[in-house]
Ligand binder design. Sequence first.
Ligand code: COA
Length: 329
Amino acid sequence: MDKKKRVKITGTGFYVPDQILTNADLEKIIDTTDEWILTRSGIRERRIAREDQATSDLCIEAGRRALEDADLEPSEIDAVIVATNSPDTMFPATACYVQSGLGANHAPAFDLIAGCTGWIYGLIVAEGLICAGTARRVLVVGGEVLTKLTNWKDRGTCVLFGDAAGAAVVEESHDEAGILSHFWKADGSLAGLLHLPAGGTRRPATLQTVAERLHTIHMKGNEVYKHAVKRMGEASEEALKRAQVSKDRIDIFIPHQANSRIIEAVGERLEIDREKVYVNIDRYGNVSVACIPIALHELRQAKKLRPGTHVLLAAFGAGFTWGAVVYRW
Ligand code: COA
């Protein structure tokens, strides 16, 4: 039997809007404090998209940077996957705006909605496309403009989210680098704990849904917290088992940046040293699907990803969905 192809990341890039909203700025809008936000979430500031910027605008810039990094022309991409929970429009897919904006003229393009796990799901789908011979080079983008879907009167959610996009080019690996294993799962019975209730076919937009702010993020924070710790831990353990890589061989752990306390709890559960756990939530807030590709790019810029470095990626999000990837750089 043929050995399964290995798939690796050959370019990364990200984009964040210029405007910064600090916790001190939030103190002026809602009843909160910098201290509360920082101790409960680890967030100091987040980026806010301009009024004229939609998710695809952020994704196009991130995608362009990843393509440049991989030294590829847009026309060399065989598929564009955009993971997002804040699409430009209900349809067509945000990925189509990205495909056209980049000039990726030979690529089919589709969105992937899987909560904050979307970029991990996208990476796993890209691996599948390449292993099946359906595509040779896939652009996996994760982008969000969540601040336009936030209820700025709900202090339990509006302090948490930010806007950003991150991207990676994925290709077949001809060396030892690449995805060693993955694990992904979902439990739709818990959908109501984190969702955007209206605007779809279940509750189409009406004056009442707008008045009740049902077109914004609704979340049972405490419940989400508990599930996130458990599921990211389980996914990581399962992916490590499948890769036959022990925890102590992980050099860098990149968990979904939902909340510094969740990140800490998952790290402790996995017994991964604090200094190996990547954290950038202080600068961007929860940017959902964008946080893992951003972390990968920042780590590369800091020269922390060297040949042979073992990286563990894990995420959890609305759905619920969760997943993990073990990767050798
Ligand atoms: N500023 C000040 N006080 C706030 C506040 C804010 N921004 N938001 C909530 N509070 C208050 C609440 O009203 C509550 O007050 P009360 O006790 O008088 O009723 C108190 O703080 C505690 O609220 P609670 O919701 O229990 O806080 P918490 O410790 O669970 O922290 C979250 C809230 C949202 C930070 C936390 O639940 C969390 O991070 N959950 C996971 C969210 C997440 O990551 N979602 C995305 C997953 S992909």
